[in-house]
Design a binder for this molecule. Structure first.
Ligand SMILES: Nc1nc2c(c(=O)[nH]1)N[C@H]1C(S)=C(S)[C@@H](COP(=O)(O)O)O[C@H]1N2
Ligand SMILES: [Mo]
Length: 328
């Protein structure tokens, strides 16, 4: 991946500056000059430079570099091949390789997302309307799975707040529930009883409105691979990955804290909040460190897990005064 090129005018961390990577960076830059020379002048050129190189596997879905605080982490993005082949999507099987193998049966079009509950403007949003709802942005987020691994993904989408503003929540809307597709004809994993289907997740209203909370339609400048939650998924980067429901079909605004599939399955292990927190261990394992996918050679060091997955400056205030051991 042409990673350095994507950092705009920021500098990579010093440990990553090696002669070889500097050379590769320069070569990528020269190639971009050769193919896109005209686009390099002015703002359009800057936006183009900000975008992550496409793998050319699926339809293009470009996004402009996000200006949301915290939206562009400095970590090197995980290779597309890893992002699209090491997945949790239990509707297609519980093995990491199952979603990529089985999700070909998912039909991401036509698609509608129903918005209901405590809103003044309930209704069904067609995928094409959602794609046009707000400008597409590229955001490079860390994703930390509760199992102890992490990735860095260049998503394409917009802040969920954009949709929430348009549907006008009532004063009774305190939480948002997300329901994802559960169709036995498309999803072989539904035959297993590992979770209650459909997969359900939830956020507090302020979490849902936070600019980092994202509706993602793509990654690496292309539409989402089915195994990553096509055609639209949630991404909540400071929470464990399971809060980020894939292939969303319903968004419901409610007054009471909604049930979630993982809490229903094992309430002692998976709380409603599920903020990434290295100081609150899972009952069966530590959450202090993580394995970054792509760095898993024999000599790879584990990385320390960061409070709120590194997004504490942006999200910490929402939890001020809360006992995070109790509200895990
Ligand atoms: N519908 C649905 N969404 C889901 C899951 C799932 O099994 N079903 N797994 C979650 C978990 S545990 C993680 S870590 C992330 C993984 O996203 P990725 O495969 O795109 O990396 O998706 C989340 N969203
Ligand atoms: Mo996960």
């Amino acid at each position: 991946m042409h990673y350095f090129q994507d950092r705009g005018f920021q500098h990579p961390v010093s440990s990553e500056i090696t002669p070889r990577s500097a050379y590769l960076n320069r070569r990528a830059w020269l190639q971009s000059l050769a193919v896109g020379g005209a686009a390099l002048s002015g703002w359009a050129g800057r936006d183009a430079m900000a975008q992550t190189a496409r793998p050319n596997k699926l339809a293009a879905l470009p996004g402009v570099r996000s200006t949301v605080a915290g939206a562009m982490v400095m970590d090197k993005p995980t290779a597309y091949g890893d992002v699209a082949s090491y997945n949790n999507f239990y509707e297609f099987g519980t093995d990491k390789a199952d979603p990529a193998r089985n999700a070909g049966s998912l039909k991401p079009r036509p698609w509608t997302v129903a918005v209901e509950g405590e809103v003044k403007k309930p209704g069904a949003w067609d995928l094409d309307a959602l794609l046009k709802l707000a400008p597409m942005e590229e955001r490079i987020y860390r994703l930390r799975c509760v199992e102890g691994w992490s990735m860095v993904v260049p998503w394409v989408g917009w802040s969920l707040a954009e949709l929430i503003k348009r549907v006008e929540p009532t004063g009774n809307a305190k939480y948002v529930q997300f329901i994802t597709l559960a169709d036995r004809a498309q999803m072989p994993g539904l035959r297993s009883g590992v979770l209650d289907w459909p997969y359900a997740e939830g956020l507090r209203m302020d979490e849902a409105m936070h600019p980092l909370t994202m509706m993602a339609f793509g990654l690496y400048g292309e539409v989402l691979p089915n195994q990553n939650g096509a055609p639209v998924r949630l991404v909540v980067p400071w929470k464990y990955g399971f809060k980020s429901g894939k292939s969303i079909v319903k968004i419901r605004f409610v007054e009471k804290q909604p049930a979630t599939s993982w809490e229903t399955a094992a309430a002692q292990e998976y709380g409603f909040y599920s903020n990434v927190n290295p100081k609150v261990d899972h009952p069966r394992w530590s959450q202090a460190t993580e394995r970054r996918i792509g760095e898993d050679g024999v000599f790879a060091k584990k990385r320390p897990t960061l409070m709120f997955n590194g997004y504490e400056p942006q999200v910490g205030q929402m939890y001020a005064g809360m006992d995070l051991k109790r509200y895990f």
